[in-house]
Design a protein around this ligand. Structure first.
Ligand code: AR6
Length: 180
């Protein structure tokens, strides 16, 4: 069984591989070409099959902080929402606001399509070097806001690839609760 913690109404932290999650949409931490790469992007493209790359080619890229939606092909999810996180450059280049924009752009597409469940990886915290604790703080805050404001959205999975990452999300939620 996949370890899962329900940390807030509609929000769960899950340890595992995002490509296995049974959700309507999964978010891909892509690069601006949308033509695939390593990390979670590579895993999503491998699991979705070549049709995903074909559709991505027709999309024509995506700027940092924005998001684009495609079908999920061989994935359990019907949709993939591709977003491009900021590369960490020390924190003085608007990285935090840009990461929040990624989450907001994804949630706009979720609501536009009437999607009920969505899974997110920890955007920007791998190859793009964003510090994991700061990123989790932003992610949790945007997720809670989206659940409060959302009409179609009912469930978010914050998918963590390591137990350490799960703990970071649980700590971020605790900090977010204290601030409110
Ligand atoms: N399921 C869930 N999380 C995963 C998985 C997976 N299968 N694989 C990795 N992670 P990264 P970024 C976690 O590097 O930092 C790509 O090459 C990983 O442990 O995938 O946004 C793109 O094409 C980390 O916590 O994305 C871009 O060029 C998180 O996912 C660039 O990397 C994000 O790590 C994007 O970098």
């Amino acid at each position: 069984m996949t370890p899962e913690w329900k940390i807030s109404p509609g929000l769960s932290v899950v340890l595992g591989d995002i490509t296995k999650m049974r959700v309507e949409a999964m978010v891909n931490a892509a690069n601006s070409s949308l033509l695939g790469g390593g990390g979670v992007d590579g895993a999503i493209h491998r699991a979705a099959g070549p049709e995903l790359l074909k559709e991505c080619r027709s999309v024509g890229g995506c700027p940092t902080g924005e998001a684009r939606i495609t079908r999920g092909y061989d994935l359990p999810a019907a949709w993939v929402i591709h977003t491009v996180g900021p590369v960490w450059r020390g924190g003085d280049c608007g990285e935090e606001e840009m990461l929040a924009c990624c989450y907001r752009s994804c949630f706009s597409l979720v609501e536009e399509r009437g999607i009920k469940s969505v899974a997110f990886p920890a955007i920007s915290t791998g190859a793009y070097g964003f510090p994991a604790r700061r990123a989790a703080g932003i992610a949790v805050q945007e997720m809670i806001l989206a659940l409060e404001k959302g009409k179609s959205l009912k469930s978010i999975l914050a998918v963590c690839y390591s137990p350490e990452s799960c703990q970071i999300y649980l700590d971020a939620l605790e900090a977010c609760r204290k601030q409110r």
